[in-house]
Design a protein around this ligand. Structure first.
Ligand code: KIV
Ligand code: NA
Length: 260
């Protein structure tokens, strides 16, 4: 049975999420049994080679969301709203979120807490499920001066908790919490009646999410909180090295690969 947002309940986890950006990997991660697939704007860095996520366009997200949706995963598919496709107001947010839904997403995710709660509320009212994203917001990397732990000060901690409350009140169906102290993610998970999906925020959450390319060993600079489960980069290098050698030495193509 296909996942629905109502399958993500408080206490029903732990939910396992991962990113995917294309048809074959969406199929593979779905076969492996994840609960949710995020078409993250991290694709800007891990697929398109951009320095950060700020250059990702709505067209990029639509294209990749379509590819993932064509895999018809059982997992829920959430698409990221790129930088400046929702901050400019409710109308823009509605119009742009609708494009991601029409591309095949079951829900959208946007970064930010109390300052964009009114946007989340409007989307939810229009029938578009929204996943929140608080703590470290990579779309704010320029203002933050890097990808730093959020919640080192009492003031920062209070702000992240307020953000979670604002997203709950706005109707978010789940909240991604990125790179905050585990104690803060635990406090939010206990106090807020919305499933929390964590990355670099410890074990006391309703679920975890990782970037596929970090899991596979395909990222150039994986964050410290990611875990690598395979060295696919080495597998690719070895396979292509073998192909290069086979052609150079006349081993490929051999009889079974062509007709006389
Ligand atoms: O774009 C992304 O991959 C994300 C996850 C890290 C949560 O937003
Ligand atoms: Na993202």
């Amino acid at each position: 049975m296909r996942r629905r947002i109502s399958d993500f309940t408080k206490g029903g986890g732990p939910y396992v999420w991962i990113t995917a950006y294309d048809y074959p990997t969406a199929k593979l991660v779905d076969e492996a049994g994840v609960d949710g697939i995020l078409v993250g704007d991290s694709l800007g860095m891990v697929v398109l080679g951009l320095p950060n996520t700020l250059g990702v366009t709505l067209a990029d997200m639509v294209r990749h969301t379509q590819a993932v949706a064509r895999a018809k995963p059982r997992a829920l598919v959430v698409a990221d709203m790129p930088f400046m496709t929702y901050e400019t107001g409710r109308r823009d947010a509605l119009k742009n979120a609708a494009k991601l839904i029409k591309a095949g997403a079951d829900a959208v995710k946007l970064e930010g807490g109390s300052e964009y709660a009114h946007i989340v509320e409007r989307l939810v009212k229009a029938g578009i499920p929204v996943m929140g994203h608080i703590g470290l917001n990579p779309q704010r990397v320029l203002a933050l001066g890097g990808y730093k732990l959020i919640g080192k000060t009492e003031e920062q901690r209070r702000k992240v908790l307020e953000d979670a409350k604002a997203l709950r009140d706005a109707g978010a169906f789940a909240i991604v919490i990125e790179f905050v102290p585990a104690s803060l993610a635990k406090e939010i998970t206990e106090k807020i009646d919305v499933p929390t999906i964590c990355i670099g925020a410890g074990p006391h959450c309703d679920g975890q999410i990782l970037v596929l390319h970090d899991v596979l060993g395909l990222s150039e600079k994986p964050p410290s909180f990611a875990k690598r489960y395979a060295d696919v980069a080495e597998a690719v290098r070895n396979a292509v090295r073998q192909y290069v050698e086979d052609v150079k030495t006349g081993k490929f193509p051999s009889k079974e690969h062509y007709k006389d």
